[in-house]
Design a protein around this ligand. Structure first.
Ligand code: HEC
Length: 449
């Protein structure tokens, strides 16, 4: 059955499960639009890959067990070390996901691929620089010309909700699951972000690696069924941090069909960061668009810079984004984080570096996630595509904070050395950052301060 028809059928039969959390917004239609590459704007990585497939520039190999998964990951340059395993039945395939059959997610900076054992299709989400998250499925049946089918309502039931900040976006939840993977309660309400305490993260996920004695909420499911317990009381009765130091998942499930035996803690930390910050970038994009309409500016190009300051909605969105980009509210690490070498290396080596070899992708993992806490998402198309009124606002705030002119306590965790290092890395690697400031342009040889 084609993914579109299958999805419609599944939605009818699983409505009760889907109308679950407050994260869902009401939507009754189950229409699924299949849009061919020739009618898509080629703005997102999936549409661009489809165009290459249609032109015969690239062929996706089909694997008898994993279908198109390995080939799709290769085509998007997504490392298998990013594999993150979730066993709670919190997403679309509530019928197939379970502690003995977790869903595997793989990601790069702007594409996410979901694989569920036994599923007839891959689930793909990508960042469209102007529209936020866009969703696709690809049939796992071998085909002469594999197609990514664009999905709309089916995925947006959850992926455009309160948990994504109201924009088409990405999700990451932390739940107490029962032994079958059904959600009993949330460990932490809403989507997991950098501000979520680490001990409360990853409920419903498998995690390899460790966060010292303080732990995390991964790897644990209840022995009780969700209908046997009083949800509110149960939260306090189960210690979710007891399996925080697993370096392998042997005994939990059969990992042989998976591309990696791991669900690495550092990959999961990065997943938390990027899913939530992608959503904030999209929210800022929407706030800018609304501001431009409200102020009757005919186009972004002619909008005046002070608009960013005068419009309350846009101002709030920019400030929230800047805080997230600078990890201002990042949860404290109670102990160092230890993950697998492979993800660390593969993630880090993609970084743009300044003359001193420093990159925003360098990890710290002792007291915080990154050594130079400014999000690497600043290099993505999604950030670059922000309307100028918003992007100039972000750059202006970054310049003020990183130069030390802004002493706002919200950013007090950045010491002078951090600010200087990030400032210098940006000047060396993000030409647009210096473009709006003649003084910085002159000093873009690295002598910023
Ligand atoms: C019932 C709610 C629900 C529906 C419907 C849904 N998802 Fe998700 N999705 C989630 C949740 C929750 C997560 C976070 C991981 C998890 O809990 O499995 C997620 C995560 C993802 C991810 C990983 C990136 C991220 O946001 O974390 C991809 C890719 C994805 N979904 C694709 C899809 C596609 C494609 C569709 C539609 C065909 C879809 N999803 C429909 C709930 C849903």
């Amino acid at each position: 059955m084609r993914p579109a028809r299958l999805l419609a059928k599944m939605l009818l039969t699983t409505t009760i499960l889907l109308v679950r959390a407050a994260t869902l917004q009401s939507a009754s239609a189950t229409t699924t639009a299949r849009v061919r590459a020739d009618s898509m704007s080629l703005q997102d990585p999936v549409a661009r890959l489809q165009a290459r497939l249609d032109a015969g520039d690239i062929i996706l190999a089909h694997d008898s067990v994993l279908g198109y998964l390995p080939a799709v990951l290769r085509a998007f340059n997504i490392p298998t070390s990013s594999q993150s395993l979730v066993f709670s039945r919190t997403s679309l395939r509530t019928d197939l996901i379970a502690p003995w059959s977790p869903r595997a997610l793989y990601f790069s900076d702007d594409v996410y691929v979901g694989w569920v054992q036994g599923s007839e299709f891959l689930e793909i989400a990508a960042v469209n620089p102007t529209a936020g998250a866009v969703f696709y499925t690809m049939s796992q049946e071998a085909a002469a010309r594999p197609q990514f089918g664009r999905e709309s309502t089916t995925c947006m039931m959850c992926h455009k909700s309160r948990a994504t900040g109201g924009v088409p976006g990405f999700l990451m939840l932390s739940t107490i699951a029962d032994r079958l993977g059904y959600q009993i309660a949330s460990v932490y309400s809403g989507t997991t972000t950098d501000a979520t305490p680490i001990k409360d993260r990853f409920g419903g996920w498998y995690v390899t690696g460790s966060h010292g004695s303080a732990g995390h909420s991964g790897n644990v499911y209840s022995s009780k069924d969700f209908h046997q317990v009083d949800k509110e009381l149960y939260r306090g009765q189960i210690d979710l941090t007891v399996e925080s130091a697993r370096t392998d998942l042997a005994g939990k499930f059969d990992s042989s069909p998976y591309l990696s035996p791991n669900s690495d803690i550092v990959a999961l930390m990065v997943l938390v960061h990027q899913t939530s910050v992608h959503n904030l970038i999209t929210a800022t994009h929407e706030a800018a668009r609304i501001a431009l309409i409200m102020h009757y500016a005919p186009s972004d190009a002619t909008a005046l810079i002070p608009l960013a300051v005068s419009d309350a909605g846009l101002h709030t969105a920019v400030e929230r984004l800047v805080r997230a980009l600078l990890f201002a509210d990042e949860a404290k690490f109670d102990s160092p984080i230890h993950g697998a070498e492979k993800f660390l290396t593969e993630f880090t080596q993609r970084g743009l570096r300044d003359k001193q070899g420093r990159s925003l992708r360098d990890f710290d993992l002792q007291q915080r996630l990154f050594k130079y806490p400014l999000s690497f998402l600043i290099y993505t198309e999604g950030f670059d595509a922000l309307p100028n009124v918003a992007k100039d606002g972000v750059y202006r705030r970054l310049r003020a904070i990183l130069s030390g002119d802004d002493k706002n306590r919200a950013f007090e965790r950045l010491n002078d050395g951090d600010r200087r290092a990030i400032f210098e890395i940006l000047i060396a690697t993000k030409p647009e950052f210096t473009a709006g400031d003649p003084h910085l342009r002159r000093s873009s040889d690295g002598r910023a301060h």
